[in-house]
Design a protein around this ligand. Structure first.
Ligand code: WTA
Length: 655
């Protein structure tokens, strides 16, 4: 029996929690599934009516005439910042919207009323001083500080499209994204704090803007650590000074349901990162609805998601989702193990956190580093524990369940992607019986299925393609500037009833209860510590090193990070003769990766090999490389290789 199918223990929802939950049991869950099955559009129209404060109601729920560019809630007008702030002012003006804790322990609570003024002032600043108009793109390169949320919501308020670039990306990576989005403004900070020390961000922006970024007219800088940075007169402006001069109210721009809300660049299996485009109504609806169903956040709860706003989890589950439902969301600048591995548990105790959402890689790290740390703190406020970003191994899951949740918190293992906007497959904390390492069942309205290329459901225990077979409101609308790539990336692998369906790039399998277990990516995307990276991007970076003739990158299972980057490098003949410099070259190659992408893409292994396993038509057989990296025996047929003897040659280099 495969590892994934081994019988797993089942844990039931906490009874007293379930009684109060929005979805209280499996009957209620099935009723919703049935409702969506019987009248799919009606199901979504009802939610959109209930949840969104429309400026103008929508006329048509779903328009499929330009599939796969589906349109939802056509004709409706709304404003996402209004949905996240203004509409809460009557009931929640003095409620904490954002609780911020900095790396050094500095704290700040921002109420909904304060958030309203900060966002309004920022919106006026963007509009009046920087001439940002509806549809303009604004790149945000900020650390985890409340201003990141202000900027996002200010863009949403005036109809500008934000594109956040994770602060760990290099100048080159930032530049590529700025150019692709044709951004008019870049927002950054002088720097921030990491592991107790200040670091700088602004110089990275300066470096990025050196070449090819004529589209960028201005740079807006948030002062976070007051480190010494240089300013370009006429281009660079300090946010903290200017924002105070602005009027505290700014009318929200009425936006069409299908106007773009943001772009977020993510890796695919080929080429450069793609600008995933999300639009207004469908995205915010699902962000809010999943907050309510999956985390079941109540009015007085404190919710904490440890992601970075530079990733989709930070967009949907730190900013948009929690604020849309009027919740209190924690934003934390730092790392989990500074000043010690008890930091997060201490924060849970201090803020009496009720829902906690993090990634398996952090759970594994804290398990390893701080086995005894959680015992020092009172974690009894916790009700729901979430995980996201990569498959969670049952060991880590059990530790999370027993030690952090004291066996009384439900774990929601949420499967979703940048492209899906919000959760797709996940337990419901008051209803779904859970099993370690299993994402369980699709949420109501999400028709996620494990199928073959023809859309036939896979039998229990057989791996298949994880597809979403009907369009859904929070789905990716396009790849910015490349509709062709949008179609080929997501709608060219599988069909159902002759129609292209959305393929996620992940493999999955059903168990005997119909639960879905995610088995990982089946394309050339790897997942290192929950960060999604295309092997093609890393290869392109390494190929820039002057000594490299050819390169292939694969993922290798790693106990802590999930996967690590494993590179096979063929050196140019003149260098290959002088292999004494291997260690130097290893460092240099990682330097190139850091320069081109960022330290998150660094290779743990760089192996210098005489050649790559290629078919006669020149295609690299990555499966073989993956097996060699894992130290597995090669069972694949190697006779189709141009040079079958290369396999043993590579193996001898890897040992
Ligand atoms: C993986 C992150 C297993 C998956 C929200 C997906 C997961 C990719 C899970 C998306 C999970 C995410 N179990 N794998 N619960 N959640 N993944 O776009 O491979 O950064 O395709 O979005 O992460 O990564 P992305």
């Amino acid at each position: 029996m495969s590892e994934e199918l081994q019988k797993k223990p089942v844990f039931m929802p906490n009874r007293s929690f379930a009684k109060e939950a929005r979805i209280k049991n499996m009957c209620e869950y099935r009723d919703l599934i049935l409702e969506a099955e019987e009248d799919y559009e009606g199901f979504w129209a009802k939610l959109a009516d209930e949840k969104i404060d429309w400026i103008k109601p929508f006329e048509k729920t779903l328009d499929s005439s330009q599939a796969p560019h589906y349109k939802w809630f056509v004709g409706g007008k709304l404003n996402v910042s209004y949905q996240c702030i203004d509409r809460h002012l009557d009931l929640r003006k003095n409620k904490a919207a954002i609780i911020f804790e900095g790396e050094l322990g500095d704290k700040k609570v921002i109420t909904y009323r304060e958030l309203y003024y900060e966002v309004n002032k920022t919106a006026n600043l963007l509009k009046n001083r920087f001439d940002i108009k509806k549809g303009d793109r604004v790149v945000i390169y900020l650390p985890m500080i409340p201003e990141a949320a202000f900027m996002m919501l200010a863009c949403a308020r005036i109809g500008a499209i934000h594109s956040i670039v994770f602060g760990g990306f290099s100048a080159e990576a930032l530049r590529d994204r700025i150019i692709d989005a044709e951004a008019k403004l870049v927002i950054t900070s002088d720097g921030a704090y990491r592991r107790g020390k200040p670091y700088l961000l602004k110089p990275v922006v300066d470096e990025a803007l050196k070449e090819g970024c004529e589209c960028v007219k201005k740079v807006l800088i948030v002062q976070r650590n007051n480190e010494d940075i240089s300013y370009v007169p006429g281009r660079d402006y300090i946010y903290n000074e200017l924002v105070e001069l602005e009027n505290p109210t700014c009318e929200p721009e009425p936006m069409d349901s299908e106007d773009p809300l943001f772009l977020l660049y993510t890796s695919g299996s080929t080429g450069k990162p793609k600008g995933v485009q999300h639009n207004q109504a469908g995205y915010i609806l699902w962000a809010q609805q999943t907050m309510e169903w999956v985390f079941d956040v109540k009015e007085n709860d404190t919710y904490w998601c440890t992601a970075d706003v530079g990733w989709i989890t930070g967009h949907t589950y730190i900013v948009y989702g929690p604020l849309a439902m009027g919740a209190t969301t924690i934003m934390f600048e730092g790392v989990p193990i500074y000043p010690d591995a008890g930091r997060w548990w201490r924060m849970i105790e201090e803020y009496k956190v009720n829902q906690f959402y993090t990634a398996p890689t952090a759970i594994r790290l804290l398990h390893k580093e701080g086995r005894d740390e959680p015992a020092k703190y009172d974690l009894s406020s916790l009700k729901v524990l979430g995980t996201v970003g990569e498959p969670i191994n049952p060991d880590a899951w059990m530790w999370y369940y027993d030690v952090i949740g004291s066996g009384k918190c439900h774990i929601v293992d949420t499967w979703w992607q940048t492209e899906t906007g919000g959760h797709v497959v996940s337990p419901l904390p008051g209803a779904t019986p859970i099993k370690p390492g299993c994402a369980t069942l699709p949420l109501p309205g999400m028709i996620a299925e494990v199928v073959d290329e023809n859309g036939n459901k896979k039998p229990v225990g057989e791996k298949g393609l994880l597809c979403i077979t009907k369009p859904w409101p929070s789905m990716i609308r396009d790849i910015w500037g490349d509709s062709e790539r949008f179609k080929t990336s997501y709608f060219s692998t599988a069909k159902k009833d002759g129609k292209p369906i959305y393929f996620s790039g992940d493999g999955a399998m059903y168990d005997e209860d119909g639960y879905i277990t995610i088995t990982g990516r089946v394309d050339d995307v790897i997942n290192v510590s929950g960060h999604r990276m295309g092997t093609a991007e890393i290869e392109a970076a390494i190929a820039k090193h002057q000594s490299v003739a050819e390169v292939a990158v694969v993922g290798r299972p790693n106990d802590l990070k999930g996967e690590s980057v494993f590179a096979y490098v063929v050196l140019k003949p003149e260098v290959a003769d002088n292999m004494a410099e291997e260690i130097e070259l290893y460092k240099e190659i990682n330097k190139v990766i850091t320069k081109e992408i960022g330290p998150i893409a660094k290779a743990d292994d760089v192996k210098f090999v005489p050649g790559l396993p290629k078919t006669r038509s020149g295609k690299i057989m990555r499966r073989i490389l993956r097996s060699i990296a894992k130290g597995e025996e090669i069972t694949q047929d190697v006779s189709t290789l141009e040079d079958p003897s290369i396999v043993s040659k590579i193996q001898s280099c890897v040992i």
